[in-house]
Write a protein that binds this ligand. Structure first.
Ligand code: SDX
Length: 432
């Protein structure tokens, strides 16, 4: 709960002098409560990228961009990545505290029991071309959940909100794995309740009915860690999309489908796919200077994918963990001489010494190394963003639940700076 501070902000313009209350967070900058600005001052604020705007109050995730710090409910991401596991992180994000052993023993089967899809949903996949991007399939199938799980679409019922959250977390690995299987023409592999969350996803992706498939524990540990690193990230573009959709009262499955659609963009969750494609296009370390020059050229739209961030002006802490994981996983798989990894490390070294990147505080973000690990695990680049969406689903549903439960919540409806034509009368076509 934000604390009303004894501070006030004074805004003066024209003949107006307005005072606004300020609120102090538990971490981060104070905020100026400008909710009455338009009513009292007949003016709007202007902040198209929301770079200086707090859109909501939240207690879930905190980022300190200058320190390069990321906390889930106060716990540092590097500690959770090392010591926790994804379903425990899901519990933490959803309910605010690390679970006791008994709470975890109750939570895990609640998720496990919901991993299957209503069988008729398999027919949705058949409606897509086999070469459809798996993100297109995921947007469609998740949105279609609204047509099947009617007992968890009433957002006014806390019990239905809870089961909708559990269903989303439980079913998104099945939906993502089946999008992959469909794209490669292999039969769907059903979830297995005897496997942990990450192993179950890998089994659904890589097993075939013709033979047994044993999940490599190195890969399932790496997969679980990737899920944890991507789980939530404050009010990023896709989470803000989920909140805005949810603010109208739309059902939770429609809101998550909207979040998946937003995450797809290459400036956001699509960057992991774009980054690996870029590293492959660079190919060898001797071509790195050519691409650094392009990234700095204002006349060239090319940007270094996996670099830069709206909030982090220091290392993305997730990129640090991901880099360690890439070394570990590729080493254990005996491919640490992977040329793409070598290009990535040299590109990072050169960029971090280049004054352009230093001056603009551009560092590797979560997407810079993740693709190298996913590629080494056997995933095609088209599955990188679906895996990001799978992991971020718990963040989306947690933020959605928090918003719906907020008694002050109202429909999001921004205003605008209108620069179009002023009032004018209609002109008949013969007079134009
Ligand atoms: C994610 O918000 C989140 O939390 C997102 C995310 C999450 O977990 O939800 O962290 C996940 O989306 C990570 C970001 C993945 N995207 C990429 O890696 C794509 C490449 N990065 C850029 O597109 C860019 O850095 C953004 C979109 C990430 C951030 O854009 P901003 O904050 O709007 O930064 P900007 O466009 O204002 O850039 C500031 C300057 C600009 O130069 P000037 O106009 O000031 O001269 O830095 C330059 C930019 O041209 N710049 C880059 C660059 N990123 C910014 N130049 C070259 N390469 C880049 N990658």
């Amino acid at each position: 709960m934000a604390l009303d501070s004894n501070k006030t902000a004074k805004v003066t313009f024209g003949d107006k002098e307005l005072d606004f209350a300020m609120m102090s967070p538990s971490l981060g900058p104070d905020v100026i409560d400008i909710r009455k600005l338009y009513a009292q001052g007949d003016v709007f604020t202007y902040d198209p990228g929301f770079t200086s705007t707090a859109s909501c109050e939240s207690a879930i995730t905190y980022i300190d961009g200058d320190k390069g710090e990321l906390l889930y409910r106060g716990y540092p991401i590097d500690q959770l990545a090392e010591k926790s596991h994804f379903l425990e992180v899901c519990y933490l994000l959803l309910y605010g505290e690390l679970p006791t052993a008994a709470q975890l023993d109750d939570f895990v089967p609640r998720v496990t029991r919901h991993t299957m899809l209503q069988d008729q949903m398999t027919y949705f996949y058949r409606g897509f071309r086999r070469d459809a991007h798996p993100m297109a399939t995921m947007v469609g199938v998740v949105g279609a959940m609204s047509a099947f799980y009617h007992d968890s679409t009433d957002i006014t019922d806390p019990d239905q909100r809870e089961i909708a959250a559990i269903r989303m977390i439980a079913k998104i690995p099945t939906i993502a794995a089946w999008a992959y299987k469909y794209s490669i023409g292999q039969p769907f592999v059903y979830p297995r309740n005897d496997l942990d969350y990450a192993s179950n996803f890998l089994h659904m992706c890589f097993a075939v009915p013709a033979e047994d498939y044993v999940v490599d524990p190195i890969l399932s540990r790496a997969m679980d860690r990737i899920f944890t690193l991507h789980a939530d990230h404050e009010q990023n573009a896709s989470t803000s999309t989920v909140r805005l959709a949810g603010s109208s009262g739309a059902n939770p499955f429609a809101c998550i489908a909207a979040g998946i659609a937003c995450l797809w963009g290459p400036a956001h969750g699509g960057a992991n796919e774009a980054c690996l494609n870029m590293l492959r296009e660079i190919g060898t370390v001797d071509r790195i200077p050519e691409f650094i020059a392009r990234a700095k050229d204002k006349n060239d739209p090319f940007r270094l994918m996996g670099f830069g961030h709206r909030v982090y002006k220091n290392f993305d802490p997730r990129a640090k963990v991901m880099k360690q994981s890439a070394d570990e996983v590729l080493g254990l798989l005996g491919i640490d001489n992977n040329p793409t990894l070598q290009v990535a490390k040299e590109l990072e070294r050169i960029a971090l010494e280049d004054e352009y990147f230093v001056e603009k505080k551009l560092y590797p973000n979560v997407d810079f190394y993740s693709g190298i690990i996913l590629d080494a695990m056997g995933f095609p680049t088209s599955m990188f963003t679906p895996i990001f969406a799978l992991a971020r689903t718990v963040g989306w549903v947690s933020q959605w639940k928090e918003m719906i439960a907020d008694p002050t919540q109202k429909i999001g409806r921004p205003r605008q700076l209108y620069t179009g034509a002023k009032h004018r009368d209609y002109v008949d076509v013969e007079k134009r």
